[in-house]
Write a protein that binds this ligand. Structure first.
Ligand code: GLA
Length: 362
């Protein structure tokens, strides 16, 4: 069913505005964005679609197609349903930015996998804000939309995230990665290495500690920056300077600095082998220095890395479970997924294909 017809089936009238935004997979540059570093995400084909209509009532009504659930709220109090806090946050932030937000009927449909590290929340935020711009003719550009989406997540969903996911959802395409300097917001498109393709597998491990672990890592980076007398870890010229820091701050700093260097190298890689080696090094750093991997994710990444048609693989997103991304030989992802998931199942794991979407269930 189209969003328009589904909207009408729920609310009895068609939407007055619709918009969509994609999820993303981060190829390199993990836990660098809140340290003013470099990231290299790419959009995925799966999208979130939002339809809106002024409802003339005193409250907003929000329907989530996937949950078959409608919640009502005003902008004065956050809704109890977690999924609704992202939309509520966007409306509140747009209101605080000076725009008059009327009570709305809101319909959300999405095929972005949730809770695995592919930014379903950023896709929801960006799609909501785009639809709001379309309905109310708001003069917000793509970067302003990303910033408002990030504020919604930080202030209303309780995750002190950086700007990568919202920038990727707002600005990245599916055929080229977005090299982004999260300090200056300077950016350029980076093609995938020749003859390569992306495969994303879900480890099946729920990211239960993601929010608390994420905020803790961020606090450790801030503490390290303070001890080193800099505003952010971007200002630390090399890891030697962090030698005197106590554990685990020294390791956290080493990850951030080496990861920034890997992103810049990857952006200029002429071949998939070198790019893949940087992804493998990123995983080792996230596992050993940043401590955001899990045994199940490590197993899945090792299986991917051992496959002859895989150039490199790593966990993607915040970590603590969730998805792994691999750079593969072009044309090979479906066969790789089948072989790797069989090996993973043999070790007790229950994984699935997330990207490319047509390989789902392979
Ligand atoms: C989450 C956050 C991002 C980023 C990544 C880790 O996706 O939303 O801002 O910090 O984790 O790289």
């Amino acid at each position: 069913m189209s969003v328009g017809r589904d909207f009408e089936a729920v609310f009895g009238a068609p939407p007055q505005a619709q918009a969509q935004a994609p999820g993303r997979v981060n190829l390199l540059g993990e836990h660098t964005d809140y340290n003013e570093g470099f990231v290299l995400p790419i959009a995925i084909a799966q999208c979130t679609r939002v339809g809106l209509r002024r409802n003339g009532l005193a409250r907003c009504r929000l329907h989530a197609q996937a949950l078959r659930q409608t919640v009502e709220f005003t902008l004065a109090a956050a809704p109890a349903a977690h999924f609704a806090t992202y939309v509520f946050g966007c409306l509140v932030e747009a209101g605080e930015a000076g725009f008059d937000i009327p009570p709305l009927d809101i319909h959300v449909a999405s095929d972005v996998p949730m809770g695995v590290g592919l930014s379903s929340s950023a896709a929801l935020e960006v799609a909501t804000l785009r639809a709001l711009c379309a309905l109310l003719d708001l003069p917000l550009d793509d970067v302003q939309i990303a910033r408002l989406g990030q504020r919604a997540e930080v202030r209303h969903a309780g995750v002190r995230c950086g700007l990568m996911d919202q920038m990727a959802s707002s600005l990245a395409g599916t055929d080229r990665a977005l090299l982004l300097d999260t300090r200056s917001l300077a950016r350029r498109e980076v093609p995938l290495p020749p003859h390569s393709a992306i495969l994303v597998l879900d480890s099946g491990e729920p990211r239960t500690l993601a929010a608390s672990g994420y905020n803790e890592r961020r606090a450790q980076c801030e503490q390290a920056a303070q001890l080193l007398g800099v505003n952010s870890l971007r200002d630390v010229p090399d890891a030697e300077i962090a030698q005197g820091l106590p554990d685990p701050l020294r390791q956290r700093v080493r990850h951030v600095l080496t990861e920034n260097a890997r992103v810049l190298q990857a952006a200029d890689c002429a071949n998939p082998q070198d790019f893949g080696a940087l992804m493998n090094a990123s995983h080792a750093s996230l596992r050993d220095d940043y401590a955001v991997s899990t045994p199940a994710v490590d197993r899945l990444v090792s299986l991917l890395q051992a496959h002859p048609d895989v150039y490199g693989a790593r966990l993607t997103g915040a970590g603590f479970g969730g998805a792994c991304v691999a750079l593969c030989r072009d044309g090979a992802p479906t066969a790789i997924a089948r072989a790797v998931l069989a090996g993973y199942a043999a070790s007790g794991g229950a994984g699935r294909v997330l990207v490319p979407p047509m390989a789902a269930g392979a």
